[in-house]
Design a protein around this ligand. Sequence first.
Ligand code: PLP
Length: 486
Amino acid sequence: LDGREFRRQGRQVIDFIADYYDHIDEYPVRPAVAPGFLARQLPDTAPSWPEPDALASALRDVRDLILPGVTHWQSPRHFAHFAATASNVGALGEALAAGLNINPFTWAASPAATELETVVTDWLGKALHLPEQLLFCGGGGGTLLGTSCEAMLCTIVAARDRKLAEVGGEERMGDLVVYCSDQTHFSFKKAAHVAGIRRANCRVIPTCRESGFTLSPAALQAAVRADEAAGRVPLFLCATVGTTPTAAVDPLRELCAAVAGHGVWVHVDAAYAGAACICPEFSHIAAGAEAVDSFSTNPHKWLLANMDCCALWVRRPAALVAALGTDDDVILKDAAASAVVDYKDWQVALSRRFHALKLWLVLRCHGVEGLRGFVRAHVRMAVAFEAMVRADPRFEVPVPARFGLVCFRLLPADDGTAEATTNELNRRLLEAVNETGRAYMSCAVVGGMYVLRCAIGNSLTEERHVREAWSVVQEQADSVLTPAGA
Ligand code: PLP
């Protein structure tokens, strides 16, 4: 890396990104492109030699060819999925980590990077009001991974190996059973499958509207008991704080009590709503976490850490290390000191990025109070959006807004309309809203109902964007409710 050239090129890239953000509100949020649109415009092979000032010409292609085909996740009008929040220090933290480009797979491979990760995961855990048992200062500990799916995979593997050692070895693999609800993110099933759990041994417990789509402790207990009675081995529960469809919060304390004594590893997937725990008024959503085995959340979703960043805390790090640790490599073994954290043993891969730097910058530069203000602003906007929806009698809010998420649907004038027809109406409404390019929302199907999801959480979203998004929904509702030809 040549310092002089890096400064020159770095300025070009920073200017490019800053210009993008200056104009981000002008792009249609979702691109109107067809599959293959980009591949058709690019050469079939990489250049043999760089063209003169290749970076400048590549940046022109980013502007002219690539940006027209991206979904603008940072647009203040992006309300789909859950946000991937961005901040100046989040982006610059990524740049700093990429610039230093170290590989802290063991403590010895980069002592400061490892120690910063142990410090910053404790900082974040305390800021989120997590129980000490999950933090280094209380005998547990945290690590930074890329995604929640990785957190699930690592913890299932740790639970699996611990359980197999207890119940008689690998021949019991086919008996291991994992539990979740019908609202759990699909990545849990994927992680369980990758960990070798039989697909037939993933118990998906149904939820219902009356209980706000939360996992029922009684139903969980009944499932665990039935499996035990049939000679199977209950292994792992994935509870969710802030489900993807409606941001429902499973009752952690009651769920832990329901499986107590059955040797089930309880993991909490708080990918989205874990961020809300930073506000004292929301910290009750993690009540009962003292009894869980692991907890993960994605600061990239709602805490201003740019993609990607998933924090995972475990109560007994030794279980992770026993399952994922490797000491075959003589170089790594020699380098490792005792009584240090070697993060390669907490994850699937050996190599890793300097994740901690970005999160540390975010926490230092925004402060816990700054992050609370950020979360609260979105919650206020969601309250305002929900009130607008409720004020229009054509719409229904089937579950109360939670955190920054509002789920809603349009109801046909005729009460007797079949659910499938209502669902189709709402599917058309969503498509019409998204086609405008002025707002981008997503959907969920809960309890058989197709609902639109307005997830407010982007760094640039202000109240005016939320009001405009609602106007777009109302206009499009007018058009989908008007019979064709009228
Ligand atoms: N869990 C929940 C509740 C989510 O909402 C999501 C994604 O939105 C995930 C897990 C998957 O997260 P990741 O992409 O980090 O694996």
